[in-house]
Unconditional design. Sequence first.
Length: 136
Amino acid sequence: METNEKLLSVIFNVGRLIREEIHTSKCLTDFTDSEFETLKFVRDKETTTMKSIAGHLHIKPPSVTPIIDNLVKKGNLKRVKTKDDRRLVYIALTKEGHITLQKKYKKIRNTIRKVFSKLSDKDKKTLIKIFSKIHV
């Protein structure tokens, strides 16, 4: 098997292992992947639009509506109307949304720590350095 094929195989296997561990540890039982990704995106942007969220998730804007509706119902997001243009609605994280993300990240960090416990600190730093070269 050529090097790139081995690399692809290892990346997929490690990704699957991480997803399985996160699922097993029940870190995200009350959120879909799209909902959790939306929460992270909105947190990073502070306020954003449905169109921006759709672009980030690589889905069509109408498909974002049920995701946002669920997160609003759960109390993690809120819709913010503007005075200047009543058609424009921004999406923002609620205080509950911030707390939820903090709790979820703590569980995920513990899970990641478990997955990568086989690596030395030096190996982890090397892995970070390599991935940082790819994702700039």
